[in-house]
Design a binder for this molecule. Sequence first.
Ligand code: NAP
Ligand code: F7E
Length: 364
Amino acid sequence: MKRALVTGITGQDGPYLARLLLAKGYKVFGTYRRVSTPNFWRLQQLGIANKITLIPADLTDMSSLLEAVSISDPHEIYNLAAQSYVGSSFDQPLLTTDIDASGSTRFLEIIRHLNKNIKFYQASTSELYGAFTSQMQDENSPMIPNSPYAAAKLHSYNMARIYRNSYGLFTCNGILFNHESPLRGLEFVTRKITNSVARIKLGLQKDLKLGNLKAKRDWGFAPEYCYAMYKMMQHKHPDDYVIATGETHSVGEFAQLAFETVGLNWRDYVISDKKLHRPLDVHQLCGNHNKAQRILGWKPKVTFKELVKLMVETDLKLWQKHLAGEPFPWDAPNHSSEMDIVARNVTKDANREARAFKVKMKLF
Ligand code: NAP
Ligand code: F7E
């Protein structure tokens, strides 16, 4: 049975990828961080919370990563964990660098010392293109980061490439353009809009404050993008791929369509707030996924219109259920005793322990 280790299992992409890997017959391990309120609700939404073995680990903590790898003994590592919010990277540039830049290097070092056969997927991003505002971006476009987040991710992109070329590791960079879903975090602009549209429609909110309405993004559907991650890791040769729809729309267009879905005019509700503008933004992104289509046979299916409708309708249902007395998924009790959480330092496999110890000795 193939084993996969997925970091960032509690985020948007982690649960979709885990669901796919489980369907493909993998044993799935996921890393999570200890937080004051457990956040396994996405795994529970997809009905997979008790099918995954959870390992506590933090990308800034080398020993926890080492242990996660020795416990799971994976064939494939999907490194999805990140401080992924571009806005916060301006507030916490050092933390973002530690997680998003050094985190992947910690894994690459572990693989290099422990088992060079482990395949490694790095969650790279369209934010790498930053200030390069051509009509479309592909794998050969210049990368000119415009945020601490993107700069840190560029470091990881390069390290994955360097370890592939210098040590022969199987590493892939998925250069994923924005991808969204009903599991998207509420602070990202798409979900902020769809959640607010639902609340405004139900009379729970008056208006919606947004920042840069002119920024353009290439928005796709998250589960399809997770399938692309899996496809890259199954290909004979490791490589880097742009995953995108090839269509771009402004934040204003997204808002307009979202309000139209519930029969409202966005201009009556949206307020542009200068405080929500970033110190430096990425103005326009539109990805060319031809390489992924040609080599992996991957192409997007869900359209921009379908995506907006799906997200608005899901948020509307959530709030309607809430008004009828049901708790939100994230309010539901989510520390189920049925969840398989590995207690660190109590692995029974003596070989893994010995190997982990040997590697620790080499690294520290
Ligand atoms: P997300 O929803 O923000 O999830 C991020 C995950 O990383 C969460 O599980 C989070 O844990 C975890 N994490 C944060 N800091 C960590 C740390 N120090 N140690 C261990 N785990 C940590 O992000 P996503 O949308 O699923 O994206 C997945 C990956 O793809 C990220 O690397 C992101 O940067 C990248 N990416 C995303 C997009 C996109 O449009 N979604 C596009 C391109 C690339 P908590 O739940 O505890 O916070
Ligand atoms: O912003 C503008 C904002 O925060 C999109 C992450 O997954 O995708 C994501 O990064 C645009 C920006 O996503 C608001 O200025 C306007 O131009 O939804 P976002 P992002 O920054 O594109 C990439 C590919 C990643 O890799 C990241 O991890 O929308 N915008 N008004 C706003 N953005 C937010 N969040 N909130 C606003 O009110």
